[in-house]
Design a protein around this ligand. Structure first.
Ligand code: GLN
Ligand code: ZN
Length: 766
């Protein structure tokens, strides 16, 4: 058995440096290129990535390069590999039973009345995976040899790479029961059936030349999955006993990133595998190590989830600590796959050079790994220059102007800043808003048409003068306000046409943020976002949204909602400074928003929505960290909104329907009105809301905006009646599930019309 390489990464971005995969995949979906051409483009991308990693210093034939490509999602890849396709897609298999690209993409995206797999966030990240559906009827069988072919491709090029696949425990732990199985079914109960398929895959990989394979088992670190830690650890023991017990396999690296491995470490240490990767950025170096039985301990010391160059000397010290604890074989790695960071900071020609010197994107992180690996092999003194250079950049960053801004830091906060008037008093004061029963509203954005995108792109390229662009945006607001009035909505919005993205827009208008040019990170499938870099103290040089909100308000006698993104969501969808607690950064953002709210109030805006769709996403994977997280996240929202007058109605919007999980936090936000996704789950969430005793305004969504489908009047009416039956009428609002920006106008108008009509019918009976 060959030794594990001294340095590796757990995965590499797969969308391409210029999002080549996005373009190819979308061209294939649109029928502009055929499958062969798509495959050829993907193969070229993989080859380019391997060459780049070699150029950066990873080995050609030591298994240090991960084979971590995906056309859409790594969880879907694993599900398809073991044949776990829901029955509604079964007929799409190839004649020989394999699951080819047509079936793969249909499962990802849906088609006609075949609903796609559900999508949800991968651990506490903003990456979305597809949720496998598993039931007693699922037949596991090796149904795709894609991973084998990708390895063969590398071998043919004279390389030896390390195939990566989501492991059986994580695959099942992230799955939901199939429709046929029903709610009570536990997908993990199928573990013994799926493991033999993995064993078969490992044998094939070995035959194709793999010396190492990587099983990703991050489920082992999470305490927020349906399965508890003991069940997950037991599943790991059982599956690895089988997989490791076979002679016909490559050496196995089990990677369990995203948080501390904790009590699962001894389980992996005693399993018949050859290497274990632990996250030493989110997790700590353990106080003591279990007997490793000769295994390599792969220390994830370079942050896979953020873009800072960081403290390289401290990273090396963690690896040395593992050695001191008795690990005889130690390797350096990233804490997670690099799929969460952009490719290359060298591509950012417009960023401030000083900021650039503090950053490390994927390629720079590979360089850091190569350095650490050399240090492990040849001793610390050999890499002293690199460690010192990183330390120098770190101290330069510490002292740079803007990183610490006296004016921002000088503001003293008191308890009272976090508290509004009692809800009863606010409710009374807000009667002056004179809203009807079941007020109708939307979540904020209206469809972002090609015309809007084009205008914004031309403006940002400097091809259109500011005045013209703003006149265009005002004409959009005219149109959207007239549309809402014509439809008969009660609380209007300005439509958010000026926003490229609900976080980036604020980042561009606040001090302390930088925006990248090519810093794309996969969000799901072919979609990528360009997170901003929150590098310094945050402040608001000038009002951001006030002119748009007050222009919209000037057009109507109805109330127009002010529309802001909350501090937690701004943090969650940016790369955030790592040199102070998130709570401090969140409060700085909150104070900037608080000023914005005061200005909106002064401009006559009486209803202000502060979106926090990422509140659930950032919930830590460990229960012990929940109280602290909820304390600062909720606190920052309250600080942002705490200055609002009693008569100002504060709304929040949360997207997801996992209401129960964070109900205490939602209650503690103390918003006057909370809107939440509910249409997909047929209003199931009203039961949770009722049971929780939540007693502020609530708008459970009645229109699933993730689908182009127009809900009928009767269907919406039924949803509304379900809500009115369970919740007090005086607190209920009527709204879609989420913003309308990804929808087209035709379906949006038809759906809103049906919502208005359904509401009219329900109002008749109350
Ligand atoms: N106000 C935002 C919009 O309507 C909210 C989006 C979201 O929740 N993700 O687009
Ligand atoms: Zn939403």
């Amino acid at each position: 058995m060959t030794a594990f390489p001294a340095g590796t990464i757990l995965g590499y971005p797969r969308i391409g440096r210029r999002r080549e995969l996005k373009r190819a995949v979308e061209a294939f979906w649109a029928g502009r290129i055929d499958e062969a051409e798509l495959e050829a483009t993907a193969a070229r991308l993989r080859a380019a990535n391997r060459s780049r990693l070699i150029e950066l210093g990873l080995g050609r034939d030591d298994s240090s390069i991960p084979e971590s490509f995906s056309y859409y999602d790594q969880v879907l890849d694993a599900a398809v590999t073991v044949g776990a396709l829901p029955t509604r897609f079964e007929d799409l298999r190839d004649a020989d039973g394999t699951i080819g690209l047509p079936a793969y993409f249909t499962a990802a995206r849906g088609e006609g009345d075949r609903a796609p797999l559900e999508m949800t966030k991968w651990f506490d990240s903003n990456y979305h995976y597809l949720v496998p559906e598993i039931g007693p009827e699922t037949v596991f069988s090796l149904s795709s040899d894609r991973l084998v072919r990708e390895l063969e491709e590398a071998v043919a090029a004279g390389l030896r790479t390390r195939p990566v696949i989501v492991g059986p425990v994580t695959l099942l732990a992230l799955a939901k029961p199939s429709d046929a199985a029903g709610e009570g079914f536990d997908p993990l109960s199928r573990l013994d059936d799926v493991v033999p398929v993995y064993a078969e895959l490992l044998a094939k990989l070995k035959a194709a030349g793999a010396e190492w394979v990587q099983l990703d088992e991050p489920a082992l670190v999470s305490e927020t999955l349906p399965a508890d830690s003991a069940a997950l650890a037991d599943a790991a023991r059982r599956s690895l006993t089988v997989l490791g017990g076979s002679d016909d396999r490559p050496a196995i690296l089990v990677a369990a990133p995203y948080a501390d491995l904790g009590t699962a470490l001894p389980v992996l240490a005693s399993a018949p595998v050859e290497a274990i990767a632990v996250d030493l950025v989110r997790g700590a170096v353990p106080a003591a190590l279990p007997e490793l039985e000769g295994k390599t301990l792969v220390g994830g010391v370079i942050d896979g989830r953020n873009i800072w160059r960081g403290d390289l000397a401290a990273a090396f010290a963690k690896l040395e600590a593992l050695r001191d604890l008795g690990a005889r074989r130690v390797a350096a790695s990233t804490s997670t796959s690099l799929l969460h960071v952009p490719h290359d900071v060298e591509d950012e020609t417009k960023l401030d050079a000083r900021l650039v010197s503090w950053l490390a994107f994927a390629d720079q992180k590979v360089g850091q790994i190569v350095t650490l690996a050399r240090g492990l092999a040849e001793g610390r003194s050999v890499i002293r220059a690199e460690l010192d250079a990183a330390s120098a950049a770190l101290s330069d960053r510490r002292d740079a102007p803007g990183v610490r801004d006296g004016a921002v830091r000088g503001r003293a906060l008191s308890e009272a800043d976090f508290v509004r008037a009692p809800y009863q008093d606010r409710e009374r004061a807000q009667r002056a808003l004179d809203l009807p029963v079941l007020p109708l509203t939307t979540i904020g954005s209206f469809p972002q048409t090609a015309e809007i995108r084009r205008a914004r792109a031309r403006f940002s390229r400097g091809e259109v003068p500011q005045d013209d662009y703003e006149a265009f945006l005002r004409s959009e607001i005219d149109r959207v306000v007239a549309l809402q009035e014509g439809l008969g909505l009660d609380v209007l919005v300005h439509g958010e046409a000026e926003r490229n993205d609900m976080v980036q827009y604020f980042a561009e208008n606040l001090d302390g943020f930088a925006v990248t040019e090519h810093g794309w990170v996969q969000s799901y499938g072919s979609r990528a976002t360009r997170p901003s870099i929150l590098w310094g103290d945050v402040s608001r040089p000038a009002p951001i949204t006030v002119s748009w909100a007050s222009y919209a308000q000037s057009l109507s006698t109805k109330h127009v909602k002010g529309m802001l993104t909350g501090p937690v969501t701004i943090l969650a969808w940016s790369f955030v400074r790592d040199d102070q607690p998130l709570s401090e950064t969140a409060n700085q953002v909150a104070l900037a928003l608080r000023e914005e709210i005061a200005d909106l109030e002064a401009a006559g805006i009486a209803i202000i929505q502060v979106d926090e769709p990422a509140l659930r996403e950032l919930l830590p994977l460990k229960k012990a960290d929940h109280a602290d997280y909820l304390d600062w996240s909720v606190g920052s929202f309250r600080l942002a909104t705490g200055g609002a007058a009693a008569a100002t109605q504060v709304h929040t919007h949360l997207c997801y329907s996992e209401f129960g999980v964070v109900i205490d936090a939602i209650r503690a936000l103390d918003a006057d009105v909370t809107s939440i996704e509910a249409a997909r789950s047929r209003m199931e969430v009203v039961g949770d809301i009722k049971g929780s005793g939540f007693d502020h305004g609530i708008g459970p969504g009645v229109y699933d905006i993730h689908s182009p489908r127009v809900p009928g009047v009767a269907e919406i009416e039924a949803l509304l009646r379900r809500a009115t039956a369970e919740l007090p009428l005086s607190r209920l609002w009527v709204n879609p599930d989420c913003g309308l920006k990804t929808r087209g106008y035709e379906e949006t108008v038809a759906s809103l019309r049906n919502i208005v009509e359904a509401t009219r019918r329900v109002r008749e009976d109350v």
